[in-house]
Design a protein around this ligand. Structure first.
Ligand code: SF4
Ligand code: SF4
Length: 219
């Protein structure tokens, strides 16, 4: 190709490229946009979208079903048995028999499968539509849902103290009752032991048959 021919060919290719680009711009300039001005505008998510987990801890009964269902063991729960007088009730009427000083979910391990939410009897563990998981420090992905641990442990200590006091009082009452019963039984046994001689004495006194009455000597 001669130099002149190449010169005009380059001019033609450049103009064709510009025109193709302009045609593409012209075609899309008046179309409805497919992008959003995130984060000011966001997509509406599907109803069953699985985002970051949330636990409505007031309704959690500490049954551990969610932790058992989790395939990657990223749910960590500590439970402590409550005293009977400390039982609570969830919003759906389920009895709460445990203190839950720890309910943590490590979202950095979670694969957002939703298996943990299925067996939850009170439906307090749910998947939100929150999807912004980006954090500067991965420890920020460690979610803690338990109410104030110190407060719970203080309540637990108080409940244990109360239960121990009641147990001591119950044992004392039982001991007193047992001692009274033993004394009553001993008294009853003492009376029974004294009574057999009474009929003979009574018979002698009354001259009833069977009593040994002395007869006057015939000689
Ligand atoms: S969503 Fe899946 S991986 Fe995440 S905590 Fe629940 S069961 Fe575990
Ligand atoms: S399954 Fe539900 S109620 Fe049971 S421990 Fe997990 S979150 Fe709490």
């Amino acid at each position: 190709m001669s130099a002149v021919k190449k010169y005009f060919s380059d001019i033609y290719n450049s103009m064709a490229t510009v025109l193709v680009g302009m045609a593409t711009t012209g075609r899309t300039a008046f179309r409805k946009p497919v992008t959003l001005e995130y984060p000011d505008v966001r997509w509406e998510l599907p109803e069953r979208y699985r985002g970051i987990l949330h636990n409505r801890i007031e309704d959690c009964i500490g049954c551990l079903a969610c932790a058992r269902a989790c395939p990657v063991n990223c749910i960590h729960i500590d439970i402590v048995k409550r005293g009977k007088e400390e039982y609570g009730v969830t919003s759906d009427g389920t009895k709460i028999t445990q203190w839950i000083p720890r309910f943590d979910i490590d979202m950095s391990l979670c694969m957002v499968c939703g298996l943990c939410t299925e067996p939850c009897p009170t439906e307090c563990l749910t998947m939100t539509k929150e999807y912004e998981l980006a954090v500067h420090d991965k420890h920020d992905m460690y979610l803690e849902f338990a109410l104030d641990r110190d407060k719970v442990m203080a309540e637990k200590a108080e409940a244990e103290k109360k239960a121990a006091k009641e147990k001591a009082a119950r044992e004392k009452a039982e001991k007193e009752a047992a001692a009274k019963k033993a004394a009553a039984e001993a008294e009853a046994a003492g009376k029974e032991g004294a009574e057999p001689e009474k009929p003979a004495a009574d018979a002698e006194a009354d001259g009833k048959p069977g009593s040994e009455e002395k007869k006057p000597d015939a000689s």
